[in-house]
Design a protein around this ligand. Sequence first.
Ligand code: CIR
Length: 255
Amino acid sequence: MLKFKQIIVKEPGKSVVHGLTTANLGQPDYDKAILQHREYIRVLQSCGVEVKILPPDEDYPDSCFVEDPAVVTEKMAIITNPGAPSRNGETIAIKRALEEFFDIFEYIRAPGTLEGGDVMRVENHFYIGLSNRTNAAGANQFINIVSQYGFEGSVVPLKKMLHLKTGVNYIGDNTLLVAGEFIEHPQFCEFNQIVVDEDEMYAANCIRINDYVVMPAGFPKTEAKLVEAGFLIKKVHMSEFQKIDGGLSCLSLRF
Ligand code: CIR
């Protein structure tokens, strides 16, 4: 399992209340979102990483979801080309922020689109979801890029989920958390699988940070399954981000 040292997050702006959403959970409360974001930062720090906090950008309501405009590896950073038009310009600020940490940049270019939420890394393999945000041209560019750095990639067509990692996440130890369309998916049959129940679907998006699995608070069945499987858990309240389809992984870049 990779050891992470550095994490980048971006504070939500007041415009976060206008983030894109398909959820019917109402608008996020800005003050509460800020408190939850601070809790997220504290929990990540307690996993042994440095956290760099970028300032908010009111022009981009979804820009706290830094995972989408870039994909970072130990060898280089890939600046994506987000498929959501209102998010496409987020790449400029994220590139600038990453220049402090990376010398080598690669780019996904039109007509290719790709968002980092569709990219799931398992050791040296990248699974790339084909979604409404990531198209085949973007996925193929991504695979060509990572192949030049000793990684492999393959595509996973999505049926319903927003992003690949909305429903499947690698939590180390050859184990995936799977929900919905990814339960018993033929492309993931070689992994141990922890199945997330339909009514806890949001908890499929967890992140492994060093010794811990960080998961959203309020999903007791998934928590019990993770503990039973031997994982060490840390929890973060995510309700305000859930209202705009934002999962736990979307709020950070980890390397
Ligand atoms: C969006 O629809 O783009 C945001 N409201 C949520 C982004 C979630 N990002 C992710 O799953 N990687």
